[in-house]
Design a protein. Structure first.
Length: 121
C-alpha cells in the first residue's frame, strides 16, 4: 500500500502530529520504550514508534483500521510478537487538522471506554 501523501519524516513527524492535535484537549507526551506516548486529557490515545503514528483502538473502532489495511502496533517480545490495540494512522490525518481530529477523537473515545471499563471492574 503506497501512500498517496506520505506522512512527514523525522524529526518533523512528532511536531506535525502535536500541531495537528492541538485544540483537542490537554496534550502531553512521554518518551517510553523507544517511542513517544501521546496523552489527551490524561488518556493514552496515540504513540509514535519507528517513525509511525498509531492510534488507540478497541472492539468498536479496530474494524475501521483493519478495513483500510492499516497494521496494528506490534513489537518483539520474549517468545514471540506482542500486538497492541493501536493501529497505524491513515495517511489522511496528515492532510488537515479536521482529518487528524476525526481519527484522534475515535482514539480518545476508545481510551475513555477502556478506562471506564477498568473502573467498573
Amino acid at each position: 500500500m503506497t501512500p498517496k501523501h506520505p506522512p512527514p519524516t523525522p524529526p518533523d513527524l512528532l511536531d506535525t502530529v502535536l500541531n495537528l492535535l492541538s485544540g483537542m484537549g490537554a496534550l502531553r507526551q512521554r518518551k517510553m520504550f523507544g517511542g513517544v506516548y501521546i496523552y489527551c486529557d490524561d488518556l493514552f490515545m496515540a504513540t509514535v514508534h519507528d517513525n509511525t503514528l498509531y492510534f488507540k483502538a478497541n472492539k468498536k473502532t479496530a474494524p475501521e483500521f483493519i478495513e483500510l489495511g492499516l497494521p496494528a502496533f506490534s513489537y518483539p517480545k520474549q517468545g514471540g510478537i506482542a500486538t497492541l490495540q493501536y493501529y497505524q494512522a491513515p495517511d489522511e490525518v496528515f492532510l488537515s487538522r479536521a482529518a487528524m481530529h476525526r481519527w484522534a477523537n475515535k482514539a480518545l473515545a476508545a481510551a475513555r471506554e477502556d478506562a471506564s471499563a477498568k473502573k467498573k471492574r
